[in-house]
Design a protein around this ligand. Structure first.
Ligand SMILES: [Zn+2]
Ligand SMILES: [Zn+2]
Length: 234
């Protein structure tokens, strides 16, 4: 009996053990399934990661191209900057040259200005000298006038002091008769008496006429016609 019991027990235990093993194998199967699924998920994840890294690689390539373009642009900007710098230098040199030219022109202007000032001063001196010469000329003219007047007076007195006998000899006497008519001169300009018949008159070369005695007395004093002041005999 005991042996059977033991056998029973053993078989029970074995059954239990086999059950446990079955359960364990079930669990293991489940676990392996889980693992399979996990590995599946991991495979998917790694695929996603591969795609992501592909995208990243593309992005980094794009970035590399962009940085290449930026580098080229930077180079172009640098070249432009260099050209601008060279232009600036040329402009600066030109400015320098123009500044020097301006300086030279300024100096020339100064020289011209000084010359102009000297010329103005010279002109003023010439004007003053001219004024002095004009005054001197005026004095000389006045002196000449005085000399001429003096000479005329001397000449007049000389004429007056001429022996007037010759004039008197040349003087003809005319006796006024009834035919004598004169509307302009009806009186002697020396004695202011009206001419009348029988008066003796004398003509001067200027065609003025007077009483013969009046003009004879006149000629002894002056050699000029009492009316028109012409010299009677020159
Ligand atoms: Zn008279
Ligand atoms: Zn006269």
């Amino acid at each position: 009996m005991e042996e059977n019991n033991d056998k029973l027990n053993k078989s029970e235990i074995m059954t239990q053990e086999s059950e446990i093993m079955a359960q364990e194998s079930k669990i293991m199967a489940q676990e392996s399934e889980i693992m399979t699924q996990e590995s599946k998920i991991m495979a998917q994840e790694s695929e996603i990661m591969a795609q992501e890294s592909k995208i990243m690689a593309q992005e980094s390539e794009i970035m590399a191209q962009e940085s290449k373009i930026m580098l080229q642009e930077s180079e172009r900007i640098l070249q432009k900057s260099e050209r601008i710098l060279q232009k600036s230098e040329r402009i600066l040199q030109k400015s320098d040259i123009m500044l020097q030219k301006s300086d030279i022109m300024l100096q020339k202007s100064d020289i011209i200005l000084q010359k102009s000032e000297r010329m103005i001063q010279e002109s003023e001196r010439i004007i003053q000298e001219s004024v002095r010469m004009i005054q001197e000329n005026n004095r000389i003219i006045e002196e000449n006038d005085r000399i001429i007047n003096n000479n005329e007076r001397l000449f007049d007195s000389f004429q007056d002091n001429l022996n007037n006998d010759e004039i008197l000899k040349k003087l003809e006497e005319i006796e006024l008769n009834e035919h004598f008519k004169n509307k302009e001169e009806n009186k002697c300009a020396i004695c202011l008496e009206i001419f009348s018949f029988g008066n003796k008159v004398s003509y001067l070369p200027c065609t003025h006429y007077f009483h013969s005695s009046c003009i004879r007395n006149w000629i002894r004093i002056k050699n000029k016609c009492p009316l028109c002041k012409n010299i009677i005999i020159s």
